[in-house]
Design a binder for this molecule. Structure first.
Ligand SMILES: C[S@@+](CC[C@H](N)C(=O)[O-])C[C@H]1O[C@@H](n2cnc3c(N)ncnc32)[C@H](O)[C@@H]1O
Length: 223
């Protein structure tokens, strides 16, 4: 879908910026299309994993998306799997959008997804257990959310019970993620403040949807 969105709205992409690039999975895909990709992520560990993949035409940097500066160099910027929801303050989000605007060529596009406020209020996050297993590890993850509808923030404490299959040892970890959900009006406001034009807002992975009712929205903005 992301490739479709890009092709619909921009021709001849050569340079892509990815914000919150994680382990570099999107870069693997876009590198095969001969894009040159620069990725930023707050986590040194994520950047190390991305670099260890030796992805052709891709470079990764440790950095904060609220505070980066690149030249006006990119055709397209992507920020996927609700990275934008990690920005929990609207003024901070304006800074992020300003940075992206400055990094895009005229006519460049910005594609991102985030949690959708009406959908989250209708069906708030609740305690959830998930399991993951591969040849090395078996992980049980329990998510404990605390929903703050006044400030549009959900704080999720993840408890992880990890079994190392080789050594048969168990350990326990916790992680806290603070996520913000945004209404379309808020995203429109932030976009306008940073001079972006909002081209469209889709339900996640549904390019034919006319509006957003899904838990995750996908926006496409143009410089
Ligand atoms: C849910 S993961 C998504 C990773 C990747 N985009 C993907 O789709 O696989 C969110 C990522 O955003 C990064 N992140 C969160 N806040 C950030 C910030 N302020 N600046 C840069 N990266 C950030 C995290 O380190 C994490 O790698």
């Amino acid at each position: 879908m992301i490739k479709n969105l890009i092709d619909h709205n921009y021709s001849n992409v050569t340079r892509m910026l990815e914000l919150g690039s994680g382990t570099g999975n999107h870069a693997v895909y876009f590198s095969r299309l001969k894009y040159e990709i620069d990725g930023i992520d707050l986590s040194e560990q994520m950047i190390d994993i991305s670099n260890s993949k030796n992805i052709p035409n891709a470079k990764f940097f440790v950095g904060d998306i609220s505070n980066f500066q690149f030249d006006e160099n990119y055709d397209v910027c992507i920020s996927l799997f609700h990275v934008i929801s990690y920005i929990t303050d609207l003024n901070e989000l304006i800074k992020v959008f300003n940075n992206i605007f400055s990094s895009l060529k005229p006519g460049g596009i910005f594609i991102f997804d985030c949690w959708n406020k009406p959908a989250v209020i209708k069906d708030p996050p609740s305690i959830r257990k998930t399991f993951f297993e591969n040849e090395l590890l078996k992980i049980e993850r329990i998510a404990f959310p605390v929903n703050d509808f006044i400030n549009s923030i959900t704080k999720i404490v993840f408890e992880l019970n990890i079994l190392d299959k080789k050594s048969n040892t168990k350990h326990f970890e916790t992680e806290t993620h603070k996520m913000r959900f945004f209404s379309e009006e808020e995203i429109n406001y932030v976009s306008k403040k940073s001079k972006f034009k909002v081209l469209n807002c889709y339900n996640w992975l549904d390019i034919n949807s006319k509006s957003s009712e899904d838990y995750y929205n996908c926006y496409i903005l143009k410089k």
